[in-house]
Ligand binder design. Structure first.
Ligand code: ZN
Length: 253
């Protein structure tokens, strides 16, 4: 075999190994064959001292309600047999994750971004300790009141996601809603809102069996409470969210 052929064979083997490992990881995690381990990596999205101070003051405790929410919601679908969920807060990462493509519907730029994100994850997180765990990069911004942040994005085929959150203590509860939403993407769930951010009926409604409007809870993958046909509001925290039947089915509950 020529050197060129050997090199191509080597690269193909490497690609196959990475693809196989990604598939195996996702399958084990998404089928709840072992405890779910989630690691949160905070990132200073503004590169400012204020956001830095907020990150320095973050405690692992702030995120534990995510685990309790998942355990509590799963009971309605599968009793008490869900393996334990653990949420760990890792040290701050100094480099921001790659910017998602402007055109989210172009297949090529989406693939390129997913490769860049995998490479970023590989560079900034421990390799062996991360196997079989979900890694969420939470990018904190000071933000302006009433102005939405950049959209959070997860990889459909990998256990990696990028979440944009507010660096304000009063936003911690809502940040946990966004983090949980993105975590559910990593577990295989799809969005349940339309182009106008209105929850889709019935799968995006917290209580699709009751009166249609107003709803009082949000389906986690719709992310908003449907108050009226064209009005939806952001839930204050996970206590105002539920996992609907379709999301439950998508994540193998
Ligand atoms: Zn989403």
């Amino acid at each position: 075999m020529s050197f060129r052929a050997i090199r191509i064979l080597f690269l193909l083997t490497l690609l196959a190994a990475v693809a196989g490992m990604t598939y195996w990881e996702s399958m084990v995690v998404r089928n709840w064959l072992r405890p779910l381990e989630v690691t949160i990596y905070p990132v200073n999205g503004d590169d400012t001292a204020e956001v830095g101070e907020y990150i320095a003051a973050l405690k692992q405790d702030h995120f534990q309600e995510i685990g309790r929410f998942i355990a509590g919601q799963s009971e309605r679908y599968r009793g008490k047999d869900l393996p334990p969920v653990s949420i760990r807060l890792a040290r701050e990462i100094r480099t921001p994750p790659p910017f998602p493509p402007q055109d989210r519907h172009s297949g090529f730029s989406a693939i390129l971004w997913s490769l860049k994100l995998r490479h970023y994850a590989f560079d900034h997180t421990p390799f062996w300790d991360s196997l079989g765990t979900v890694r969420l990069f939470v990018v904190y911004h000071q933000g302006e009141d009433g102005k939405p942040l950049q959209h959070s994005l997860g990889l459909h085929k990998g256990l990696v996601g990028v979440v944009h959150a507010f660096a304000q203590a009063k936003q911690n509860a809502q940040n946990n809603v966004v983090i949980t939403h993105e975590l559910f993407h990593a577990l295989g769930a799809s969005d349940k809102y339309d182009a106008a951010n209105q929850p889709l009926y019935p799968e995006g409604f917290g209580d699709p069996d009751g009166p249609r409007y107003p709803q009082h809870v949000a389906e986690i993958m719709a992310g908003r409470i449907a108050v009226a046909p064209e009005v939806a509001r952001i839930p204050a925290g996970l206590e105002a969210c539920v996992v609907g039947y379709k999301t439950a089915w998508e994540i193998n509950w």
